[in-house]
Design a binder for this molecule. Structure first.
Ligand code: GDP
Length: 420
């Protein structure tokens, strides 16, 4: 490349990552600076080798999550929720049983074998002092600790957190069964019940014991493992993401089980960054003549497309389950979604036409390939089209109740303009 081109490349690289929120960034600032540094000196080979290493780290990053708490606090239920395993499914951590083991137990995530969630015995049932407890539990092997309680946190919990802090590791407090607390309060005080007041009281009550032992005032996440999209669960996820090193965020984002617009966007953003890095790695500095060849490229992208579907809960098994909930057939149901129609040519609108529109849409935001300093291959745009379509469909599904109860017209109120 000419130096001028290299400078444009470097600043485009930098600018690309500025589009993403901190919690969804999969490259560290140091890595971005390093790539930019090499590119600016026109050492593109070095820049690409940094990118390749980063990609390998992102793909292989193991994630080990420690969950500790006494029996009965809802630890097993919480672990299954994180893993995406139903309480009644085979391999689920047994819930509702009292067992006191002194050992940690590993549980794998249902879709991401890189993610292991460790069930640690409550410190109270082991009689270890916090430092010994941590050594016994191999504290160095975890990315973070989640300390859970279904009532107030105890002196024990606070001491444990203090010891974790001393080891320079991250911990988070989660207070479970919030749904039950609210339900009970509402039943017992139907006239004066106020949700916000109840939550505030629980929060204050929980932090009392902790404040005395820990230096600052720790954040406590009020959650229900039966409803991961509600209360503080989404915020807990975002906070965990920020606390992780950037290269570990991708797998964790994809593994998230809560279905909120925020998590769908996180997954989309994470995948967009990965697709971007892969395009650079593949040397996607190509011109973009459209037309022809698309079928061949699609063959190779089939698997990718199916993966995206499953990341966003749009795989056949998931759709069947939702359709069943609505008493509809899957086909009846698919009419309301965009992704199943990406490949069908209706009204003379082929995938190529859709792709061309989509590229126009992206260019209108970025100022086009010349302004961005990159020329991407078709594959890059196709993957992005898939991603945006899947993410939009997932968000539409979120609003499904409204959608199907009212039997409103085709699909969401405002489809993205590249679809028109
Ligand atoms: P563990 O002994 O700490 O592993 O606790 P379990 O996961 O077995 O949960 C104990 C009981 O609490 C079970 O009956 C669960 O169904 C229930 N439970 C767990 N988490 C929640 C929650 O967030 N909300 C409600 N309402 N019940 C929960």
């Amino acid at each position: 490349l000419l130096l001028e081109g290299a400078m444009a490349w470097a600043s485009s690289f930098d600018a690309f990552f500025k589009n993403f929120k901190r919690e969804s960034k999969i490259l560290s600032e140091e890595t971005i600076i390093l790539v930019k540094h090499y590119a600016e000196k026109n050492e593109l080979q070095e820049a690409l080798s940094v990118i390749c290493n980063a990609l390998a780290d992102i793909e292989n990053a193991p994630l080990n999550i420690a969950v500790t708490g006494e029996t009965g606090t809802g630890k097993s239920t919480f672990i299954n929720a994180l893993r995406g395993v139903g309480q009644e499914e085979e391999g689920a951590a047994a819930t509702g049983v009292t067992e006191t083991t002194m050992e940690r137990t590993p549980y794998l995530h249902s879709k991401f074998p890189q993610v292991t969630i460790w069930d640690l015995p409550g410190i109270g049932s082991t009689s270890f002092p916090p430092e010994n407890y941590l050594t016994e539990m191999k504290f160095g092997e975890y990315d973070f600790f989640i300390i859970i309680s279904a009532t107030r946190f105890k002196e024990n919990d606070a001491q444990l957190a203090k010891a974790i802090e001393k080891m320079k590791m991250n911990f988070y407090f989660a207070r479970t069964k919030i749904d039950t607390d609210l339900y009970n309060e509402q039943r017992s005080k139907p006239r004066t019940f106020n949700k916000e007041n109840v939550l505030r009281k629980i929060r204050e009550d929980c932090s009392k014991q902790l404040k005395g032992v820990l230096s600052g005032e720790p954040r406590i996440f009020l959650i229900s493992s039966f409803d991961m999209s509600d209360f503080d669960f989404p915020e807990l996820e975002t906070t965990l993401l920020i606390g992780l090193p950037a290269y570990k965020r991708h797998i964790f984002m994809l593994s998230l089980q809560s279905v909120t617009e925020a998590t769908i966007n996180l997954k989309r953003d994470s995948l967009k960054q990965k697709v971007f890095l892969e395009a650079l790695k593949a040397g996607a500095l190509a011109t973009i003549p459209l037309g022809g060849l698309i079928r061949d490229e699609l063959e190779n992208l089939d698997e990718t497309f199916n993966l995206y579907r499953s990341y966003f809960g749009l795989d056949d098994a998931s759709l069947e389950k939702i359709a069943e909930d609505f008493n509809m057939s899957v086909n009846e149901f698919k009419v309301h979604l965009r992704f199943p129609h990406l490949f069908t040519e209706k009204k003379d609108v082929s995938l190529e036409d859709k792709l061309r529109k989509y590229i126009g849409h992206i260019s209108s935001i970025t100022g086009g390939p010349v302004a961005t300093g990159f020329y991407y291959g078709k594959t890059y745009y196709l993957q992005n089209l898939f991603l945006d379509t899947a993410a939009n469909d997932a968000i539409a599904l979120l609003n499904k109740e409204e959608l199907f109860e009212k039997k409103v017209g085709p699909y969401i109120s405002k489809p993205p303009d590249y679809w028109e």
